[in-house]
Design a protein around this ligand. Structure first.
Ligand SMILES: [Cu+2]
Length: 155
């Protein structure tokens, strides 16, 4: 009898905990979105060379090419690399991957990437911020990464 009562209390306790924690967690997840707006211009520059997000947060990143030069001459994208990937080696490989300059054989080295964008084009990508750390991002249009690069800081 004592054992059975204890079991009932324990089960009720679990049900109460689930009821208290689950809805709150879901609501937080929905609200917790980092919105990042990147631009690239005809001077081969991003507007932001560093942005901060929180680990586990949903990141909604929009990249827009605000230049006027044609895409074949001044296309822009953004590729966010996983931790520990050598950016120079990645960019060299990307040079060999026209027309988008996304090296398909290195898919496992990218956290996320946009399309290659011409004037006035934009692309929005959504991904989950990884573990705390510093992650390089770059434009893989040939020659751009020397200046079109930055860091996503995950706190
Ligand atoms: Cu570029």
């Amino acid at each position: 009898m004592i054992v059975r009562s204890f079991t009932v209390i324990a089960v009720l306790g679990l049900v109460a905990m689930a009821a208290l924690t689950t809805p709150a967690t879901r609501a937080e997840d929905k609200a917790d979105v980092a919105v990042i707006n990147l631009t690239g211009n005809d001077q081969m520059m991003y507007n932001i060379n560093e942005f901060k997000v929180k680990a586990g947060q949903t990141v909604k990143l929009t990249m827009k090419n605000i230049g006027k030069l044609p895409k074949v001459a001044m296309g822009h994208n953004v590729v966010i690399l996983k931790a520990g990937v050598n950016m120079v080696q990645f960019a060299v490989a990307a040079n060999q991957a026209p027309p988008e300059y996304i090296p398909k054989d290195r898919a496992d080295e990218m956290l996320a990437h946009t399309k290659l964008l011409g004037p006035d084009e934009s692309d929005t990508i959504t991904f989950t911020a990884p573990a705390k750390g510093s992650y390089d991002y770059l434009c893989t249009f040939p020659g751009h990464f020397a200046v079109m690069k930055g860091k996503m800081i995950v706190e």
